[in-house]
Write a protein that binds this ligand. Structure first.
Ligand SMILES: NC(=O)c1ccc[n+]([C@@H]2O[C@H](COP(=O)([O-])OP(=O)(O)OC[C@H]3O[C@@H](n4cnc5c(N)ncnc54)[C@H](OP(=O)(O)O)[C@@H]3O)[C@@H](O)[C@H]2O)c1
Length: 266
């Protein structure tokens, strides 16, 4: 076996020297991923709308490594452009983009508000596409066939199956997440020649503000629906993102990885 084929597990998941942007990194799943990346050695930029919260969380996470806050509303065209410019001024290259910021909206079918439907699709799908497109020049700077840049989209198990837990419909949410999964596949083909991989993670239930009410009201049912009988742990979300961002995941492209204890199959 030559050196280039040797397996070195001690550095396989190492993100030292890498720079990542995690949208929605101020809490929930984004914060889990930011924490994992920092512990794996990456420099991490987190971004969310509430500047004071984003700044405070970046300061808190700085105990784990180099973490900066760049607050922005990624669903707002001008603000998203400002985020891209600010990042370009602060870093020489971007190695990892985690499109995590997302929203859900639940309402009965007959009363579903048009504004709510559009808001979910704007943030979960449209903003994800345009942020990725506008950061592509930064992602290509040091990307190579040997070590591609990485785009990690946070989808959902609700984009894999039809959600049944909540009593109110989440029509745009599940449709948006199915769109994220398919966009992941089309972008993977589009960006492979530029040495950028694109993958998605489809989480089941993890503790966050988004799932607070569902877990408060339906945790028993949620756990019964899960073959493993529990919700996910922060380490399990950090772990899959580190895998996709690291040398271990360099050949994984265009996949949607469910991290849901098997719920979407059950
Ligand atoms: N938790 C779960 O069980 C679960 C399951 C499946 C999929 N997901 C997906 O995981 C992602 C994160 O969800 P979460 O549960 O961690 O939700 P969360 O606790 O509500 O966190 C959402 C994050 O996104 C930010 N954000 C919201 N709108 C934004 C915008 N327009 N621009 C920039 N940042 C924005 C929020 O900060 P601000 O409010 O300050 O902007 C926050 O940091 C979402 O895509 C969600 O669909 C979550």
């Amino acid at each position: 076996m030559t050196d280039t084929n040797a397996i070195n597990v001690s550095t396989l998941f190492d993100l030292s020297g890498k720079t990542a942007l995690v949208t929605g990194g101020s809490r929930g799943i984004g914060k889990m991923i930011a924490e994992g990346f920092l512990q794996a050695g990456a420099t991490v930029y987190i971004s969310s709308r509430k500047a004071s919260v984003s700044d405070a969380v970046a300061a808190e996470l700085s105990s784990l490594g180099t973490c900066h806050s760049l607050p922005a509303d990624v669903a707002d065209d001008a603000d998203r452009a400002r985020l891209v410019d600010a990042l370009a001024q602060q870093i020489d290259q971007l190695d990892i983009l985690v499109n995590n910021a997302g929203a859900a909206w639940g309402a009965p079918y007959d009363e579903f508000p048009e504004g709510g439907f559009r808001k979910v699709l704007e943030l979960n799908v449209t903003a994800l596409f345009f942020l990725t497109r506008d950061l592509t020049p930064l992602l290509t700077i040091t990307a190579s066939a040997d070590d591609p840049a990485r785009v990690i989209n946070i989808g959902s198990m609700d984009g894999l199956h039809v959600p049944t837990v909540l009593q109110t419909g989440t029509f745009p949410y599940s449709a948006s997440k199915a769109a994220v999964h398919h966009l992941t596949r089309t972008l993977a083909i589009e960006l492979a020649p530029r040495h950028i991989t694109v993958n998605a993670v489809a989480p089941g239930f993890f503790e966050s503000k988004m799932t607070e009410a569902s877990l408060a009201n339906f945790q028993d049912q949620i756990e019964r629906n899960c073959p493993l009988g529990r919700i996910g742990r922060p380490e399990e979300m950090a772990g899959v993102a580190i895998y996709l961002a690291s040398r271990a995941g360099a050949y994984t492209n265009g996949t949607v990885i469910p991290v849901d204890g098997g719920t979407s199959l059950a």
